[in-house]
Design a protein around this ligand. Structure first.
Ligand code: PEP
Length: 249
């Protein structure tokens, strides 16, 4: 049985004060939620406030991105050790907004992944097709390319430490959700690729989250699919009641 995980991706929302206010409301709403892992990814500048507010709770923190080098002349970047030091256990890698707006490639995703694992972080790696790719019948091709682009350099033991997130780009922030069936089909493909590359046990234990307009009113239907192990939630994670309703699906 895979343990569900609900992750909040706050993107470029919530300064430190708003972060503290969120945690104050959110913590009591999920304090009994021992059925799943809860992860919140605030912007870098709010990590210190989040770490302070989450101390002693059942909520873990993620960074939304990182660089693969340990240190150096990389203006504007943040190193894996720095985000660990700021209180993160997880890091999101390869989010479609990084891929599409900031030219993240499969190669940089793969470097970040290796560096995150090296630093003892758990990477949440995002893959997903664009609308035109789905409409052209290329979903399987795109997911397969992203899968091998990100993971082919990993050993089975390294791969067993990652979390995958299937996020169809056309469903992110659009209010259009993949049907539970569509999501489950994509998850099945990703698990099959994991099985072929890393073996049955590793594939069976791999947690695959769905992301793309997850809301309190669709999370139950999604989680009813045995293939779906949790959610990566953007817009609906900004409100404590709404994200708590998702956690407590
Ligand atoms: C995301 O940011 O990964 C996401 C899925 O956003 P939203 O829930 O707003 O679609």
């Amino acid at each position: 049985m895979r343990r569900p995980l609900m992750a909040a991706n706050w993107k470029m929302h919530k300064a430190a004060g708003e972060t503290r206010a969120f945690f104050e409301k959110f913590k009591p709403l999920v304090e009994r939620a021992d059925h799943c892992d809860i992860v919140i990814a605030p912007p870098f500048t709010s990590l210190a406030a989040a770490a302070e507010a989450a101390r002693g709770s059942n909520i873990s923190l993620a960074a939304q991105d990182m660089h693969w080098e340990k240190k150096g002349a990389f203006t504007g970047e943040v190193a894996p050790g720095m985000i660990r030091d700021a209180g993160c256990e997880y890091v999101i890698v390869g989010h479609s907004e990084r891929r599409n707006f900031f030219y993240e490639t499969d190669d940089s995703v793969s470097r970040k992944l290796a560096a995150a694992l090296d630093a003892g972080l758990t990477p949440i790696v995002c893959v997903g097709e664009k609308l035109e790719e789905r409409e052209a019948g290329a979903t399987e091709l795109v997911l397969t390319r992203q899968f091998f682009g990100a993971f082919s350099a990993l050993t089975a033991s390294q791969f067993s430490r990652i979390i995958l997130a299937y996020e169809p780009v056309w469903a992110i922030g659009t209010g259009r959700t993949a049907t539970p069936q569509m999501a489950a089909d994509a998850h099945r493909l990703l698990r099959k690729l994991s099985d072929e590359r890393f073996g049955t046990e590793v594939a069976h234990n791999l947690r695959i989250l769905y992301g793309g307009s997850v809301k309190p009113d669709n999370i139950k239907g999604l989680m009813a699919q045995t293939e779906i192990d949790g959610g990566l939630v953007g817009g609906a994670s900004l409100d404590p009641d709404s994200f708590a309703a998702i956690v407590n699906f």
